[in-house]
Ligand binder design. Structure first.
Ligand code: AMP
Length: 212
C-alpha cells in the first residue's frame, strides 16, 4: 500500500480513492515558506476546505476569547500553543465541516503528537492524509520575507526576536514530521523560492501525479 505513493503511476488506483475517500493535503514548511498563499490557491482550484490554525488563533486573539488570550501568550513569544488545545480545536472544526471534498491543513500538524492525533481523527472519519507537500526555502530568505510581512501587515510575531524563536521551534518540533510522513510514503518536496505561480504549478503537477 505505501509504495503506491512512490511508484511511477500517474493516477491513483480505484481502491486508493476508495480508501482515502477525500483529498486531504497537508501543506508543510517553516514560517514564511508561503503555506497560506499556496493553500488559498489550492482551496480555490480543488474546492477544498482550508484550515489555517494560525489564522483561527489570530481571530480568537482579535475577539479576546479565552482561547485567544491563552494562545497569545505562546504566539507572541514564538512558541507553539499546547497540543491538547490545538487537537481539540481541530476535532471541532472537522466535526463542523464534515461535508467537504477534502481539507488543506495549513499550519497543522506542527508536532508528532498532532500528526498522530490527525491520523486518528481522520481515521475515525474513514479517511486519511493523502499527501504532505513540503515547501523548502533557504532560512535567510524566509527571515527577509517575514520581516517584510511584519512591516506590511503588522503581524505581531513577524519581528526579528520572535521570528528567530519560531525558526528554532520549527527545527526542533516541526521539521521531524517530514520523517514521520516520509516513512509513510506521503512526503513530497516542493522548491518554494520561485514566484507564487511557479510554486503553485509545481504543487498542481504533484497533485495531478497523485490522483486522476
Ligand atoms: P502560523 O500562522 O501558521 O504561522 O501560526 C502562527 C502561530 O500560531 C505559530 O507560531 C504558533 O504559535 C501558533 N500555531 C499555529 N498553528 C499551531 C499548531 N498547529 N500548533 C501549535 N501552535 C500553532
Amino acid at each position: 500500500m505505501l509504495n503506491i505513493w512512490q511508484n511511477e503511476k500517474k493516477y491513483l488506483p480505484l481502491h486508493v480513492f476508495m480508501e482515502y475517500n477525500m483529498l486531504n493535503i497537508v501543506i508543510f514548511g517553516a514560517p514564511g515558506t508561503g503555506k497560506g498563499t499556496q493553500s488559498e490557491l489550492l482551496t480555490k482550484k480543488y474546492g477544498l476546505h482550508h484550515i489555517s490554525t494560525g489564522e483561527i488563533l489570530r481571530e480568537e486573539i482579535e475577539r479576546k476569547s479565552p482561547l485567544g488570550l491563552l494562545a497569545d501568550q505562546h504566539i507572541s513569544r514564538g512558541h507553539l500553543v499546547p497540543d491538547e488545545l490545538m487537537i481539540d480545536m481541530l476535532a471541532d472544526i472537522l466535526d463542523k465541516t464534515a461535508n467537504t471534498k477534502g481539507y488543506i491543513f495549513d499550519g497543522f500538524p506542527r508536532t508528532i503528537a498532532q500528526a498522530q492525533a490527525l491520523d486518528k481523527l481522520l481515521n475515525e472519519r474513514d479517511t486519511a492524509v493523502v499527501a504532505v507537500l513540503s515547501l523548502k526555502v533557504e532560512e535567510q530568505e524566509l527571515i527577509q520575507r517575514l520581516l517584510k510581512r511584519g512591516r506590511e501587515s503588522g503581524r505581531s510575531d513577524d519581528k526579528l526576536e520572535v521570528i528567530e524563536n519560531r525558526m528554532k521551534v520549527y527545527k526542533a518540533q516541526t521539521d521531524p514530521l517530514r520523517d514521520y510522513y516520509k516513512k509513510k510514503g506521503k512526503l513530497f518536496n516542493i522548491p518554494g523560492s520561485g514566484s507564487i505561480n511557479d510554486v503553485f504549478e509545481e504543487i498542481v503537477q504533484e497533485i495531478s501525479r497523485l490522483s486522476f
